[in-house]
Design a protein around this ligand. Structure first.
Ligand code: SF4
Length: 249
């Protein structure tokens, strides 16, 4: 689904332009990637950091009279439109599960579970219903609750860098423990050896951020695509559940 539905622009992450809805030229007939083992070397680094949070698999289960979208090309367009919404909803579920997995948020578990149930119910809609979902409104509703939960985990004393422009900043060894770094631009920042334990990293841009030797244990709302877009090594300490990207060596 991801290799067909999404558009790419030729850039450092994708070697070619590809319009949405058109299969990537590397996609094989069995829906596997023909250059899977050499994506970075082949100019498709973006594919190694993309994660649909299970949305593609979820939509792949949809059938139309018992027939999948792959076998019913006339349904493909509505499936592609639904994909973006499904991915956004699955990402929200991932954040809510992170918040629910923290002991410190126990007083909010009822609200978090209720919000999770609402979002999960939206993912059960038909393709046509999904495209009617106001993803921005769902993000706003969920974001406030995630912020409240994050504060319970972080405590009130962490540094405030929400939305800060820290592009290329030298922050080697910085104490950012329990900091609010939501939506911060940390592109190519030097965070070697920095303490980001229990920091809120929801939506932080970590492209080419140097996390070698950084402490990220307990970091909130950190996703696999963020980790995959950053630089790190075997001394970078990640929260449980996140994988060390192969390119970190
Ligand atoms: S290069 Fe491979 S993983 Fe990337 S979009 Fe094309 S088929 Fe999919």
């Amino acid at each position: 689904m991801c290799c067909v539905a999404l558009p790419f622009s030729a850039s450092a992450d994708f070697a070619v332009d590809k319009p949405g809805g058109k299969p990537c030229h590397n996609l094989l007939a069995d829906f596997s990637c023909g250059i899977h083992a050499n994506l970075r070397e082949s100019g498709f680094a973006g594919c190694t950091v993309f994660d649909c949070f299970g949305a593609g698999q979820h939509l792949s289960q949809y059938t139309f009279g018992g027939v999948s979208w792959r076998q019913a090309p006339e349904t493909a367009e509505s499936m592609f439109a639904a994909f973006e919404v499904m991915r956004g909803l699955h990402e929200l579920l991932w954040y809510l599960d992170d918040a629910l997995g923290r002991d410190a948020t126990a007083s909010l578990h009822e609200d978090l579970r209720a919000r999770r149930d609402e979002v999960a119910a939206l993912t059960d809609g038909a393709a046509g219903e999904l495209t009617e979902v106001d993803l921005g409104a769902e993000r706003a509703r969920t974001g406030d609750l995630l912020g409240e939960a994050g504060l319970l985990v972080r405590g009130p004393h962490g540094a405030q860098h929400r939305g800060a422009d820290l592009v290329g900043r030298g922050l080697r060894g910085a104490n950012l423990r329990a900091a609010n770094l939501r939506g911060a631009l940390l592109i190519a920042a030097d965070l070697r050896g920095a303490d980001l334990g229990f920091a809120d990293l929801l939506g932080a841009d970590l492209r080419d951020t140097d996390l070698r030797g950084a402490e990220l244990t307990g970091a909130l709302y950190l996703t696999q695509p963020q980790v995959a877009a950053a630089r790190g090594d075997d001394t970078t300490r990640l929260p449980p559940g996140l994988l060390r990207p192969a390119q970190w060596g």
